[in-house]
Design a protein around this ligand. Structure first.
Ligand code: NAD
Length: 260
């Protein structure tokens, strides 16, 4: 029996990177999975390859969430796990050169998108046959603790996800819902997101080299290493874990700058 046998899950941003790795792992652990993403081609491929279901979802759209919730309810009559993982970077946006279009885009995807996911998941999970229960996992970042000066919008939205998670966790516990909500804080993980952070045509080699040198373990993380953390939060092995944060960063934020 897999660790998620019998569970129904939604993975946002499931077409790529950590989301795709989590879809694969959740399927391998026995869950039914909806790959929810704006990238229909890639998301469809992940779904086909893993036996999951693709659903087009823009996390910033309440209408899209309403339609996905209806689809999940019609097909399985329950939702056990939401991995609220879709997110985007803003590129160069600093306090002296703000770009309101970038700021508003990141707030709507990284922050409002996570809020909408929590809202619709809680509604579905409270109606689960056999009683209210479920696990919501939000992808924050190490940037929730230590800020990027060059991407103020990303830093602000990922810090918001950390505390939004705790508000949801506490409300769900106090309302006796048996729904847990936790956040994962990845450090540098080897995914496509870094190529979106720089202008097209940028030589990625020096950037990847610097990213690989950031953590004391001397390499970037792999998407599968984040998927493993998501399985723990999603599983029945964590019934007393809510409002918690799991940093997956190879020790990056544990290290204090040393003397030369
Ligand atoms: P990725 O670019 O490989 O995957 C992100 C996915 O989100 C893509 O499939 C994309 O299509 C989807 N997406 C973007 N906007 C969307 C929207 N509006 N609606 C639905 N889906 C949308 O990147 P990744 O590194 O796997 O990122 C996953 C999450 O991890 C993000 O929230 C990111 O901020 C966070 N994160 C990444 C790192 C890292 O180093 N890679 C570190 C910390 C946190």
């Amino acid at each position: 029996m897999g660790r998620l046998a019998g569970k129904v899950a939604i993975v946002t941003g499931g077409a790529s990177g950590m989301g795709a790795a989590t879809v694969k792992r959740f399927r391998a652990e026995g869950a039914e999975v909806f790959v929810a993403d704006i990238q229909e081609d890639l998301g469809g491929e992940v779904a086909k390859e893993t036996g999951a279901t693709f659903a087009r979802l823009d996390v910033a759209s309440n209408e899209d969430w309403i339609s996905l919730a209806a689809q999940v309810e019609k097909r399985f009559g329950r939702l056990d796990v939401l991995f609220n993982n879709a997110g985007v970077v803003g590129g160069e946006n600093t306090v002296d050169r703000i770009d309101l279009a970038v700021w508003n885009r990141l707030i709507s995807i990284n922050q409002t998108g996570v809020l909408l996911g929590c809202h619709h998941a809680v509604k579905l999970m409270r109606r689960n046959p056999g009683g209210s229960c479920g696990s919501i996992i939000n992808t924050a970042s190490t940037v929730s603790y230590v800020a990027l000066s060059h991407d103020i919008a990303y830093s602000a939205t990922k810090a918001a996800v950390r505390n939004l998670t705790k508000s949801v966790a506490v409300w769900c516990a106090q309302a006796k819902t048996n729904i847990r909500c936790n956040s994962i804080h990845p450090g540098p993980i080897d995914t496509a997101i870094f190529s979106h952070a720089v202008p097209a045509g940028t030589d990625m080699a020096p950037i990847m080299k610097a990213l690989n040198a950031m953590a004391p373990v001397g390499r970037m993380g792999r998407p599968e290493e984040v998927a493993a953390a998501a399985v723990f939060f999603a599983s029945d092995e964590a019934p007393f874990v809510t409002g918690a944060e799991l940093v997956v960063d190879g020790g990056m934020i544990a290290v204090h700058p040393d003397l030369p």
